[in-house]
Design a protein around this ligand. Structure first.
Ligand SMILES: [Zn+2]
Length: 250
């Protein structure tokens, strides 16, 4: 019981934090953490390599094209960006420290257009630049909930080749406030890359419709812990004017 209230308290503190996106005199600023530990980056890269070895991949020109365009607006010297398409019908995407982004083929029909896919890719890139996975790991250690969440996430079926720590990096959910922050920062990135940010809202509406049609059985980064669709769209709209201003510079 005590653990649960501590967990809620932590979440509450995080969600009170202001958006990493701000604007002054027409200049949009994204506040990202100054440092990311070398160990975190190395662990992200290692996990991605293991993941690639155990999961079916396919090449996809759309993912390559959109990934390359969005990453070009991001300044993060420690990242070695890589966008890999995995053959998996579950509509999902994930990001790991070091600039590693995985996109499931199952999300492509919902992404539909390059701009729709850019919304997903930019959201995942923002998880990396905002260093969410490191914060997530320390949050779970802090609350003592890491083990139980991990067990639930693993569900017994996870590849044994992927170590506990690595599985944690992929499966432990982001917090709701991290999701909102990744949405808002991602919206700016996609706009700076020349994709119409209004398409992010259209994408989330399509995804919301998909979820309703698919039922509640599905579980993925994009299903289980993401904020309510209405809340997420409202938060996107808060930064839409800034994103549109960036988009119109093109
Ligand atoms: Zn996310």
């Amino acid at each position: 019981m005590k653990k649960i209230s501590l967990f809620c308290g932590t979440l509450l503190l995080v969600s009170c934090a202001s958006s990493p996106v701000s604007s002054s005199n027409g200049v949009t600023t994204i506040e990202t953490p100054k440092t990311q530990s070398a160990a975190t980056i190395a662990s992200g890269k290692r996990t991605f390599e293991l993941y690639k070895q155990t999961k079916a991949q396919t090449s996809n020109v759309q993912v390559a094209r959109v990934g390359s365009r969005v990453k070009s607006v991001v300044s993060m010297p420690s990242a070695e960006w890589e966008f890999v398409t995995f053959s998996n019908s579950t509509p999902n995407a994930f990001a790991l420290p070091g600039g590693k982004v995985g996109i499931h083929t199952g999300i492509l029909p919902i992404a539909k257009t390059d701009a729709g896919l850019a919304a997903i890719v930019a959201h995942e890139i923002a998880h990396v630049t905002l260093n969410h996975s490191e914060k997530r790991a320390s949050r779970s250690a802090l609350t003592g909930l890491g083990g139980s969440i991990l067990n639930a996430a693993l569900g017994g079926g996870y590849d044994s080749v992927i170590s506990t720590g690595s599985a944690l990096a992929i499966n432990l959910p982001n917090s709701r406030s991290q999701e909102i922050a990744a949405d808002q920062v991602g919206l700016i990135y996609m706009a700076q890359a020349g994709y119409d940010p209004r398409e992010a809202i259209s994408f989330w509406e399509r995804f919301s419709a998909y979820k309703k049609s698919a039922g509640s059985g599905a579980s993925s980064e994009f299903f289980s812990t993401h904020p309510l669709d209405s809340q997420r769209i409202a938060k996107l709209k808060e930064v839409l004017p800034l994103a549109l201003a960036e988009y119109q510079k093109h």
